[in-house]
Design a protein around this ligand. Structure first.
Ligand code: PMT
Length: 399
């Protein structure tokens, strides 16, 4: 899968830089065109001569070549790449990437990269475990970067623990798998809903829920990265899409979400209903702010909102796939099975508020997928970016 791919190999200053030579050799052997970008500290560990000999390209490290004044454009490099791999990524470079500290060519290239970015950290175990490193890695994850977790084992310090850069063969496998799955949704039109809905009470209040949009946005990003043509119907959230190809339709209420979904669904191959839609809305919206000074405590009469998933389930044609979510607090499997059948879904993704690290707001999720052909697949707790790909992989097994 790597044949002909343009890969930027970023090398930072750490002892694991010696492994970057093997990684470079493997990438070139697999047919990739590799441009090495190395930090000044990286050159203390490994020479550019070795790297340029293996990559058959001059190694880039400074913003311009000192003797000729030739400018190295990080923007052009960022556009050229099909992917960027930073291996080893040191704690300090990870911190710079997370916070946009563009003080060397590698970081400016990273900030300009339009392609997927893979980060293979390597450092001592205590640095790896430090909350600032964990937080910076979480930030990189939230930007959609792929973290290739380090292994546990003997470290350069002589200590034993988590921090060894993943082996070059494994990194190549990760990239290979990424490109293999990347285009498997090419040409598929997908509708994804995300976030909460807000049901207005008066001009300053609403009924809502804790959905952050992270799960739905992760699915939209993963589907777009795999070649799908994605429309994301989103309730009010603060997360943003990073892939400009995703068509985002912003809505506020369940009724607006239904209308946007009904516009898009007829042209879709696959729809995934990840939004946490309010089941009820106030019967009427007060035109002015409801005042506290009233003698009587106001009573808000609620009416049922439309069930968007069930509506699309009724409209679904034979060649369309409709996937729902079930967010449960008890009788999880029973309730999810019931929704699968009642809403005429092909698959339902169950997450439980009883599982730590799952559901609303967090960056991780733990899901069980039930399919209409009676399969039940259990997944471990993992980042929502990975859960998104598990969901898409399972959809591809449906028909
Ligand atoms: O956004 P995050 O913070 O990342 O959190 C993710 C999530 C917890 C919101 C997500 O993983 C999730 O579980 N989404 C569905 C939440 C939900 O409303 O579940 P439900 O069991 O109440 O609804 C079942 C299905 O019917 C869902 O697909 C829902 O989108 C849909 N539904 C529900 C009510 C309604 N009126 N219309 C609907 O379409």
């Amino acid at each position: 899968m790597l044949r002909g791919k343009h890969i930027i190999l970023g090398i930072c200053g750490g002892i694991a830089a010696y492994k970057s030579v093997s990684l470079l050799r493997l990438l070139v052997k697999a047919g990739a065109e590799v441009q090495v970008v190395i930090t000044p500290a990286g050159k203390e560990f490994i020479t550019p001569v070795t790297l340029s000999a293996l990559s058959q390209k001059p190694v880039v490290s400074e913003f311009f070549t000192a003797n000729t004044g030739e400018w190295h454009s990080h923007v052009d490099l960022g556009l050229w790449a099909d992917c960027m791999v930073i291996a080893p990524a040191t704690a300090s470079s990870i911190a710079k990437m997370a916070n946009g500290v563009a003080d060397n060519m590698l970081i400016t290239t990273y900030l300009s990269a339009k392609s997927p970015v893979f980060v293979a950290p390597a450092m001592d175990l205590d640095m790896m475990a430090h909350p600032s490193t964990r937080r910076n890695l979480d930030l990189l994850r939230s930007y959609g970067n792929h973290i290739i977790e380090p292994e546990s084992g003997e470290l350069a310090s002589g200590l034993v623990g988590k921090g060894r850069m993943e082996e070059p063969e494994k990194i190549v496998e990760v990239l290979d798998r990424f490109f293999a799955t990347r285009e498997d949704l090419h040409g598929r039109k997908m509708l994804i809903t995300a976030g909460p809905t807000h049901e207005k009470i008066d001009p300053v209040r609403f009924i809502g829920n804790y959905s952050s949009g992270k799960m739905g946005y992760a699915i939209a990003e993963a589907a777009a990265a795999r070649g799908a043509d994605v429309t994301l119907v989103s309730g009010p959230v603060s997360v943003q899409v990073s892939n400009p190809a995703i068509n985002v339709v912003r809505v506020e209420s369940a009724r607006e979400m239904l209308s946007a979904c009904e516009d898009t669904f007829p042209q879709c191959d696959i729809a995934i209903m990840c939004a946490a839609v309010a089941d009820y809305a106030p019967e009427s919206v007060a035109t002015s702010k409801i005042k506290r000074e009233h003698d009587e405590i106001p009573v808000i009469k609620l009416v049922k909102n439309p069930d968007i998933a069930a509506t699309l389930g009724q409209e679904k044609k034979k060649d369309q796939i409709l996937v729902g979510f079930a967010l449960e607090t008890d009788h999880e499997l029973e309730n999810a099975f019931d929704k699968l059948g009642r809403k005429n879904l092909d698959m339902i993704v169950l997450n439980s508020m009883r599982d730590a690290g799952a559901g609303f707001g967090v960056d991780t999720n733990k899901v069980t997928i039930l399919t209409s052909d009676n399969r039940r697949l259990e997944f471990s707790l993992k980042p929502k970016t990975e859960v998104a790909n598990d969901i898409l992989d399972t959809i591809l097994t449906l028909k």
